[in-house]
Write a protein that binds this ligand. Structure first.
Ligand code: UD1
Ligand code: CA
Length: 475
């Protein structure tokens, strides 16, 4: 059964969009503690920026619109998202001065339809499951709902104050404003909140800055809702990681590990053996057949499909490729943009570049590089070879040290090799060139012209032996 570790496209299909839902993503902050020229939300987790993760999750809820509040590094953020995501339902909102989370949401409100439901997310909280967000939304009917989490060490996060008797959420107190008793509470505010646009319009306009940080706190809408007698629902996350925000690179690395562990578990549940689940990295969408075996320090990137019984050796990287059933990728092999058939053997130390296509039973060995090259069934290139812009038939043997000379300094040229061709060791094939079926190339040949079917090509200087030759003397 194939699995999707991150399901595909991040663009929201406008069809089936929930017309009543709009999402605001806060991403204007500076992220000082990252100590980086890159805006915080563009820092990567599993090969994608944190903001991409958030937008991807947001789009799973099929909102009518996503409003991203940007400030610091706004141009970089917009350019990055334009280059990497579908943006048809994205609206950029510029918050020139960061006056607080309440101010940030208020900045986005003019673009939100008054009858919409609103969900507030954070560009630096990358691992929230869509299911948890749905649950928050479905609890925000009569009044707002927010996602909370229990943390053994809640540090500087906002604390959830509940009524001692009824248990209802009464307010959120920021750490800097909290009493020692409130600081002892270990239920925290994730920051994620849902409510009607009408609710936010009303309550955000009442915010004041009479707090320890002199900011407009989004969190104050909770006490304000309660003062109006509205119910407030706290929806608890299963794990603190689901709502964990990233403030520095240590926290980012911690979430990366959490995420990778989850991906590894999904692979194992789908029927793969991971020799060490803590030493496999997934940076994309993996479809995997049963009984694959993945050795340590393997990286799977982009869109990768592995058939059944695929073995991937230690230290290999597979990116944007399809690997057929029963194929063995030997250690330290890089496969990028390739289609590898069934029961092939690739590597160790092979570099398979984009446009490589191997049929069933192909063997490509150590220090072989292929690019835009197809190899027919059962063909072999065992060692030390460069095959670029080549079409190679079935049952061909490419000897060690063979090079397709595909580039004349200006243009690329193709090499065509038929079936059952034998290319001797250390041959130089100057493209454009054609070797017909059954051709045989003598070792060490440099070939520039076509070799007809069944012919032997010898393209090398004849050997001379000089009898009784005297070596030079030492002077
Ligand atoms: C906020 C919450 C706190 C919660 C914590 C969870 C408030 C007042 N406090 O605190 O209860 O526990 O998040 O991480 O909301 N941002 C803007 N514009 C602004 C200010 C912030 O876009 O003017 C963005 C930041 O880029 C960031 C997010 O909002 O992504 C949260 O802001 P931050 O300053 O980190 O809030 P905290 O003090 O952590
Ligand atoms: Ca924060």
């Amino acid at each position: 059964m194939p699995i999707n570790t991150i399901s595909s496209s991040s663009s929201a299909a406008s069809s089936g969009a929930d017309a009543a839902l709009e999402i605001v993503v806060l991403a204007a902050g500076k992220g000082t503690r990252m100590r980086s020229a890159l805006p915080k939300v563009l820092h990567g987790l599993a090969g994608r920026s944190m903001l991409e993760h958030v937008l991807h999750t947001a789009n799973q809820l099929r909102p009518k619109a996503i409003h991203v509040v940007v400030g610091h590094g706004a141009d970089d953020v917009q350019a990055h998202i334009a280059a990497n995501c579908g943006t048809d339902n994205l609206h950029w909102v510029k918050q020139t001065e960061q006056l607080g989370t309440g101010h940030a949401v208020r900045t986005a409100l003019p673009g939100v339809h008054k009858d919409s439901m609103l969900l507030i997310l954070y560009g630096d909280v990358p691992l929230t499951p869509a299911e948890l967000l749905r649950s928050c939304l479905s609890n925000a009917v009569a009044g707002p709902a927010l996602i909370t989490a229990l943390m053994p060490d809640p540090a500087q996060l906002g604390r959830i104050v509940r009524d001692a008797n009824s248990g209802t959420v009464e307010s959120i107190v920021e750490f800097k404003d909290a009493t020692p008793e409130q600081r002892a509470i270990n239920e925290i505010n994730s920051g994620i909140m849902a409510g009607s646009a009408e609710f936010f319009n009303d309550h955000l306009s009442r915010l004041k800055t009479d707090n320890a940080q002199g900011e407009y706190y989004l969190t104050d809408v909770i006490a304000s809702a309660r003062a109006d007698g509205l119910p407030v629902t706290g929806v608890a996350a299963d794990s603190p990681y689901e709502v964990a925000g990233v403030n520095d690179r240590v926290q980012l690395a911690e979430l990366e590990r959490v995420y990778q562990r989850r991906q590894a578990e999904e692979l194992m549940i789908a029927g793969a053996t991971l020799l060490d689940p803590d030493r496999v990295d997934v940076r994309g969408n993996i479809q995997i057949g049963q009984d694959c075996v993945i050795d340590v320090n393997v990286i799977l990137e982009g869109e990768v499909t592995l058939g059944a019984n695929v073995h991937i050796g230690a230290g290999s990287i597979v990116r944007d490729s399809r690997i057929g059933d029963g194929t063995v990728i030997q250690p330290h092999t890089m496969i990028d943009g390739a289609i590898v058939g069934k029961r092939c053997s690739v590597g160790p130390f092979a570099r398979i570049r984009p446009g490589s296509e191997f049929s069933e039973g192909v063997k490509v060995g150590n220090f072989v590089e292929t690019k835009k090259t197809s190899l027919g069934a059962g063909s072999k290139a065992g060692h030390l070879t460069y095959l670029g812009d080549a079409e190679i038939g079935a049952a061909v043997n490419v000897g060690a040290g063979t090079v397709t000379c595909n580039y004349d300094g200006i243009n690329k040229h193709r090499t065509n090799i038929g079936d059952d061709v034998f290319v001797g060791t250390n041959s130089t094939l100057v493209a454009p060139i054609q070797l017909d079926d059954g051709a045989f190339v003598a070792a060490g040949s440099t070939l520039t012209t076509r070799v007809a079917e069944g012919s032997l090509a010898v393209g090398r200087a004849r050997q001379r032996n000089i009898e009784g030759w005297k070596r030079p003397d030492k002077r």
